[in-house]
Design a protein around this ligand. Structure first.
Ligand code: ADP
Ligand code: MG
Length: 638
């Protein structure tokens, strides 16, 4: 495996040489920025009010001055149509992506195609606001601008760059969208790193002995679990999993629903505004229950008036099913990584919802150990990113680490018969480079159409098309003589470049794949599920297609031979071969692998003598005029 080392130049980080670098956790609910001051430990940078968390919310105001963070969140009830929240969920997503995905029902119904050219496959989701159609990239840029400005005023000058974190499952498109947002915000991206890896770095685990690490991240609206392998200071993401539609917001809703049940009313009775009020109160109650044994709750409005108390134990009963779902996700990822809970050396807790004591308890039970909670679960990702940024700009020469990520889905190339040949398998660590040799199918073929695909299934139709390109100018050769080396190169940010080179001639072509906006996590999950479910069918289909291709090329070869050298056969031989041809052609049209195989064998058998005579003849021709002694053994007369 190709490991790219990141090491910093060996300069002593004198204070005056200190380069301003930050780590940014661009979260679904909240975002943060952190830095490592010279000679100190990392810390988050707070705003003028002393707040570290910036709600990832943007309000497009009438006076065209956009509000970001808490002031924007405060507008979400009064002016919901011009307030964007949770937009990370549709980062790098097209309308097509989200329409085929149930977990996207939180995208506003007025979501539109954000591309100026609606026919483009890469059209991004956007929502209407008074500032026009706004994409997640643009809204994220507002958040990044706000955090960068906060950091620049705290650090007293322009930033050299930022490390921005993304979920480990983010695909090419989502990572690219994140980079685009940074570009829009004028923030130089030193690197994108995975959230779980950043969290492990914040705990200093890169300096620990080799071990497996589970990172359990329960935020506001999402749950992510990642299994990392630490080996000699190098992190590798072995597996990722989770649920893009499960988080602390669901705990809030569970409490709100409980209150409605107690008050014997429905959300409709309450009306949207009072219901939103109730949700906010439920959230406050939930957070208080992390510290207290019971809290008071009240609901009022539209003729409803109820007040009561919720105990921690009642709350735990309300959320136990949800917590169980996260544990099931952990088990899947463990299995994906081929591990059992007792293999895990450390469990790192990330995300505000891991403050819920019940969550900690259940996670401890699953892994048979106390999870790590010392570093603030809200800040841990940003702190790890700051450490990484500090290292990347060369401020820290003692710390050297290697961050490896993982591909969420396999990448491959279309081959004959609409099959996909996987070049890099899912869960492979990145950066990585893998190559495979292909050849031409027809005599005299001078161009090769390369089709790059993503997915686990065997057939092109069941995978996702990422890109197509052509390798032209291959000199005419007989089928199978060209050697085309196809190389897939995935960089540390998860961006794919595919290149193809005919090795005899050096003719080459390549393409950078910036896939038309990508896949939702749930789509990835669906594709993985489908690949398991259909694995047997797929293998059968593959076997059938392969037999058909073999049949076709044998038929082509025999027909060409007959045309050239029919005179080497007598009438009965021609007749036997003809009938074997007819039989094979008919079998190839049916779906029976075995009968195609048999027919191939029979035609092969009928043409054995013919092939030998042809070979003999061509050798005789080649040797014409030379001494008979030069003829080697296999060339005997039959
Ligand atoms: P994200 O990663 O989605 O941006 P965060 O990690 O910031 O989200 O987590 C936000 C969630 O954490 C919210 O649902 C919030 O209510 C919850 N949360 C924050 N503090 C507490 C607490 N003390 N107890 C329980 N939940 C909390
Ligand atoms: Mg988070």
């Amino acid at each position: 495996m190709a490991l790219l080392k990141i090491s910093e130049p060996g300069k002593s980080p004198m204070p005056h040489q200190f380069k301003r670098a930050v780590g940014i956790d661009l979260g679904t609910t909240n975002s943060l920025v952190a830095t490592v001051p010279p000679g100190k430990s990392p810390h988050v940078i707070v705003d003028a009010q002393g707040d570290a968390l910036l709600p990832s919310v943007v309000h497009y105001a009438e006076d065209q001055i956009n509000l970001v963070g808490q002031p924007a969140l405060d507008m979400s009830i009064a002016d919901p149509h011009n307030t964007l929240a949770s937009f990370k969920r549709w980062m790098g997503r097209s309308i097509d992506d989200i329409q085929s995905d149930d977990s996207y029902d939180y995208v506003r119904p007025d979501a539109v195609d954000g591309s100026p050219d609606a026919s483009k496959a890469s059209a991004l989701v956007a929502v209407h606001t008074r500032a026009g159609a706004v994409t997640a990239v643009e809204a994220s840029a507002e958040v990044l601008k706000n955090l960068a400005a906060r950091a620049e005023s705290a650090l007293g000058g322009q930033l050299q760059g930022a490390v921005i974190t993304v979920p480990a499952y983010f695909d090419d498109a989502q990572r690219q969208a994140t980079k685009d947002a940074a570009m829009l915000a004028g923030v130089n991206v030193l690197r994108l790193i995975n959230e779980p890896t950043a969290a492990a770095v914040a705990y200093g685990l890169d300096k620990a002995d080799d071990r497996y690490i589970a990172v359990y991240d329960l935020g506001g609206g999402t749950f992510d679990v990642s299994i990392l392998q630490l080996s000699e200071g190098v992190f590798e993401v072995l597996a990722t999993g989770g649920n893009a539609a499960l988080g602390g917001d669901d705990f809030d809703r569970a409490i709100a629903d409980w209150v409605l049940a107690q008050a014997a009313v429905s959300a409709a009775d309450l009306g949207p505004s009072a219901y939103r009020q109730l949700l906010q109160e439920s959230r406050a109650a939930k957070q208080a229950l992390s510290e207290h044994r019971a809290v008071g709750l009240a609901v009022a409005g539209n003729g409803v008036d109820w007040a009561g108390e919720l105990s921690r134990q009642q709350f735990e009963e309300l959320i136990d099913g949800l917590v169980e779902q996260t544990l099931a996700g952990c088990k899947v990822s463990l299995a994906d990584a081929d591990l059992v809970p007792s293999d895990i050396g450390d469990v790192v807790m990330v995300g505000g919802s891991t403050r819920v004591p019940r969550v900690r308890e259940k996670v401890a039970l699953l892994f048979g150990q106390e999870p790590k909670i010392d570093v603030d679960p809200d800040q841990v990702v940003a702190l790890g990113a700051a450490i990484q940024a500090d290292m990347l700009v060369g401020n820290n020469q003692e710390r050297e680490l290697l961050l490896l990520d993982v591909l969420p889905l396999s990448l491959g190339i279309e081959t004959m018969g609409g099959l996909v040949e996987k070049i890099i398998h899912r869960n492979t660590s990145i950066p990585c480079t893998r190559g495979q040799e292909f050849t031409t199918y027809k005599d005299g073929q001078t161009a090769l159409a390369l089709h790059v695909l993503q997915g686990e299934r065997e057939r092109v139709a069941d995978c996702r098309s990422l890109a197509r390109f052509e390798l032209r100018g291959i000199p005419a050769m007989v089928a199978g003589a060209a050697h085309i080396q196809v190389t897939f190169d995935v960089d540390a940010n998860g961006m794919l470049e595919v290149s193809a080179c005919e090795t005899n001639t050096g003719v080459a072509a390549s393409i950078k794949v910036q896939p038309s906006y990508g896949l939702a996590e749930s789509q990835i999950t669906a594709m993985l599920q489908a690949s398991h479910q259909f694995a047997r069918d797929d293998l059968e289909v593959r076997a059938l297609i392969e037999q058909r291709i073999e049949a076709e090329s044998l038929l082509d070869a025999v027909q060409a031979a007959l045309q050239a050298d029919r005179h080497l056969l007598d009438a009965s031989e021609v007749q036997r071969i003809d009938s074997a041809i007819t039989e094979l052609a008919a079998a190839a049209k049916q779906d029976e692998v075995v009968s195609i195989k048999d027919a191939i064998a029979r035609l092969g058998h009928q043409t054995e003598a013919f092939a030998a005579r042809r070979m003999n003849q061509s050798i005789k021709q080649a040797l014409q005029g030379r001494h008979i002694d030069a003829i080697a053994d296999p060339v005997q007369d039959d």
